[in-house]
Ligand binder design. Sequence first.
Ligand SMILES: Nc1nc2c([nH]c(=O)n2[C@@H]2O[C@H](COP(=O)(O)OP(=O)(O)OP(=O)(O)O)[C@@H](O)[C@H]2O)c(=O)[nH]1
Ligand SMILES: [Mg+2]
Length: 328
Amino acid sequence: MPNQRPAPAMTPTAPILEVAAGVIHDREGRILIAKRPAHLHQGDLWEFPGGKLEPGETAAEALRRELREELDIDAEAAMPLIDLRHDYPDRRVRLSVWRVERFTGTPKGLQGQPIRWVRPDELPHFDFPAANRPIITAARLPDHYAILDGDGLAGLKTRLDRLVATGISMIQLRAKGLEARDFAALVDYTVPLCRRSGIRLLLNAAPELARNSGADGVHLTAARLLALDARPLDAPFWVAASCHNAAELRHAERVGVDFAVLSPVRPTASHPGAEPLGWDVFADWVDRVALPVYALGGLLPADVGEAKRRGAQGIAGIRGFLEGFAPQ
Ligand SMILES: Nc1nc2c([nH]c(=O)n2[C@@H]2O[C@H](COP(=O)(O)OP(=O)(O)OP(=O)(O)O)[C@@H](O)[C@H]2O)c(=O)[nH]1
Ligand SMILES: [Mg+2]
């Protein structure tokens, strides 16, 4: 006779609740948040509007229906932002989160829920359910992440000036080929320039150097990442990491980095020996972590749509990317 003990409230095989939610933008770049009614799961916390998929519905269909039911708006353009799994003590969820770029109608809390428009960088000041941390990070991140790399201080400065002129909003200063003194000079040149231009700057260097230089955070090499078991800098500093396989991504998630860069997706001139992952492997690995992940390696700005459909936050790039990114 099989053992007839009742199943515990939550088992590893409990069904996963499929949920679609929207990070809705207005024309000024603000984001809509709503307060969950007190009696619901994770009640009294702020959320991104949305809800459970009905049988037979896709996430995109559920999103449109939920936004009509909860806010009385019609989503006209939405792109995947981040997909993640989260286990609460009493329920397992998969959140499929979309960036809603365009909608018709005026949002109102049709179920009596308070709603607010907030700037992306204000999101960390609100209390959200635990699953939302990577969503908030994703909502604050751009879809292009430029990596400044190459040799020669003078050439790098010129490249940086060009990069700033393209309107890029986040840069990693890598410049591996520079000696320490030249790297320090480049940092001194870059920090005030990025600050003036409203560009988020991450240094690919020791975390203490990033902290003391006036940069916004650190970008960890895979080697630095693997040597850590906790974030080297607390928020509001940003911590990002380079990853090349599923184990490194998992480690990045455990350490609590804000986002990762996974490479190489395609063959690339900067790492000719490295075996490209291809989009299928990229998507599979990204799906296993609750982290925003940029795709890197042989990509051009035109690849950003494909990258997002494959679960990426967007694309990162060094050389070809920068030239292609420049709108002029
Ligand atoms: N909508 C939404 N749900 C979230 C977020 N974060 C998060 O953990 N969840 C969880 O996802 C699940 C589904 O949310 P929901 O309560 O909105 O579902 P629903 O609109 O279909 O509500 P209903 O049960 O009244 O039909 C809940 O367990 C909720 O706690 C979020 O940002 N937005
Ligand atoms: Mg809901």
